[in-house]
Write a protein that binds this ligand. Structure first.
Ligand code: NAD
Ligand code: UDX
Length: 466
């Protein structure tokens, strides 16, 4: 059997960084080098100010960095030295060309794969960690074999990552399962065993699932599609609740008590965000269409469409409630990240909602405990595509929730940060014009307490009918 002694991870992002830092901590005998082309990102990983906010990550990185965990921009050296290479680069939705708006852009993955083939002087196990369409490993294998040096053999594994942001370290320490896909050849199975032995340093063997390559690739898309589907289903029901007097938390609780359904991922919200759900479902839609399965494509597409509808519905409700106009009115947005305990804003519902308010010419204030001002500007200007000046007049980024809420005609909670529960709502109320509205897009605030103070509280999934 192959024993892995040196690991290289290409891509020091939200997945590569935490995943391989945890491998380093749990496998002191393995040297782990995480490489990236982005110098600023690598510098941050080597500093006290890590490039991503993730509870517990600082401790993990500090305990292994400089011992058996290294961050570097020297991609070639990383490849040369490693016996096993994780490819953990970004695979965003394509913006142009064939499949634009749906298909995954595999250019970063293919560049990294090509680099491995060109640089490697010995055999390697190459692990597809990025989320990719089903059968991508085939293309990787062709690229590797067509470009490799004599005597170099590459085994390809699929090992999708299931961590969720905000709980990445806990998820990595105690994963529900680790999934490894390989070709069912002798060599494929040996490579699979080698990676399995790495994880077996801390994950119970029965939780390390080994399957075929294509099942592994598809399982990742399937898992995200099924999780997102639950949220879109509960959000669709939330609209019915608002019109009937039913309460979505009660409905979700009752439904989730059925052990066949289960209670997790049934929280109604302003809509799901994050870099994965939408991208991976669109990827699945594209895959289905390419396979001439239009009905299947339509089914999954509806999950994303329902999510768009939920965000739009919520923003519209704010306008309707404020007597059909928000022009010139001050609206506070609490939370910019796509969920609590992360600074990540990719596909955050806050962006869609803020854009809606800006189109209506409201004046908005924004507060988030982890997202930087620069990031909020990048999101609102779509990374420079939209001019910033017209937005400037209408946007103030604040240092605290209290500051954002002062004089606001409506307070709109978009991210479920714990600190929003503990705010001094009495003090905030004192500084709000009347009627003072709170829109709870996360069903997280104590409705009775706020109503007793005097707020008009509007939540997703509960209506006025009694
Ligand atoms: P990311 O954008 O945070 O990180 C990717 C990194 O790869 C970037 O720093 C980029 O500079 C680097 N990179 C790109 N091409 C490179 C190359 N040729 N050589 C060296 N470095 C290169 O992305 P992420 O959020 O970490 O996601 C990575 C993959 O993991 C994606 O396929 C994503 O779908 C998947 N995934 C993400 C999550 C998540 O929660 N973010 C969870 C599971 C799976
Ligand atoms: C997701 C998957 O959970 C993870 O397994 C995969 O590896 C990457 O994609 P992530 O996007 O980081 O992880 O966070 P997740 O906790 O899944 O939340 C995604 C979005 O759904 C967030 O905006 C969250 O607020 C929202 N959500 C989640 C709900 O609206 N309701 C829920 O019940 C759960």
């Amino acid at each position: 059997p192959i024993t892995v002694k040196k690991i290289c991870c290409i891509g020091a992002g939200y997945v590569g960084g935490p995943t391989c830092a945890v491998i380093a901590v749990k496998c002191p005998n393995i040297q782990v080098t995480i490489v990236d082309l982005n110098q600023a990102r690598i510098d941050a990983w080597n500093s006290d100010n890590l490039p991503i906010y993730e509870p517990g990550l600082d401790e993990v990185v500090k305990s292994a960095r400089g011992k058996n965990l290294f961050f570097s921009t020297d991609v070639d050296k990383g490849i040369l030295e490693a016996d096993l290479i994780f490819v953990s680069v970004n695979t965003p939705t394509k913006k142009s060309g064939i499949g634009a708006g749906f298909a995954a852009d595999l250019k970063f993955l293919q560049l990294a794969t090509r680099r491995i083939a060109e640089v490697a002087t010995s055999s390697k196990i190459v692990v597809e960690k990025s989320t990719v369409p089903c059968r991508t490993a085939d293309a990787m294998r062709t690229i590797l074999e067509a470009n490799s040096k004599p005597g170099c053999h590459f085994d390809i594994l699929s090992n999708p990552e299931f961590l969720a942001e905000g709980t990445a370290i806990a998820d990595l320490f105690k994963p529900d399962r680790v999934l490894i896909g390989s070709l069912q050849t002798e060599q494929g199975k040996d490579a699979c065993e080698a990676l399995k032995n790495v994880y077996a340093n801390w994950v119970p063997k029965e939780q390390i699932l080994t399957v075929g390559l294509w099942s592994s690739e598809l399982s990742k898309l399937a898992a995200n599609a099924m999780l997102a589907q639950r949220i879109s289903s509960v959000n669709a029901l939330s609209a019915i609740c608002e019109a009937t007097g039913a309460n979505i938390d009660e409905v979700a609780y009752a439904v989730g008590k059925d052990t066949r359904v289960g209670s997790k991922f049934l929280k109604a919200s302003v809509g799901f965000g994050g870099s994965c759900f939408q991208k991976d479902i669109l990827n699945l839609v594209y895959l289905s269409e390419s396979l001439h399965l239009p009905e299947v494509a339509k089914y999954w597409r509806a999950v994303v469409e329902m999510n768009e509808h939920q965000k739009e519905r919520f923003a519209r409700k704010v306008v309707d409630t404020l007597f059909n106009t928000i022009t010139g009115k001050k609206i506070a947005i609490l939370g910019w990240a796509f969920k609590k305990d992360t600074g990540d804003t990719r596909e955050s519902p806050s962006i869609t909602i803020a854009n809606h308010f800006l189109t209506e010419k409201a004046r908005i204030t924004v507060y988030d405990p982890q997202v930087t001002q620069d990031q909020i500007w990048l999101d609102l200007t779509n990374y420079g595509d939209i001019p910033a000046d017209p937005i400037k007049e209408h946007l103030t980024i604040c240092q605290s929730a209290e500051e954002a809420c002062a004089n606001a005609e409506a307070i709109v909670v978009c991210t479920e940060w714990d600190e929003f529960k503990q705010l001094d709502w009495k003090k905030i109320y004192a500084k709000c014009p009347r009627p003072a509205f709170v829109f709870d897009g996360r069903l997280m605030l104590n409705r009775k307490e706020l109503t007793d103070i005097g707020f008009q509280v509007i939540t997703i999934g509960t209506g006025d009918r009694v």
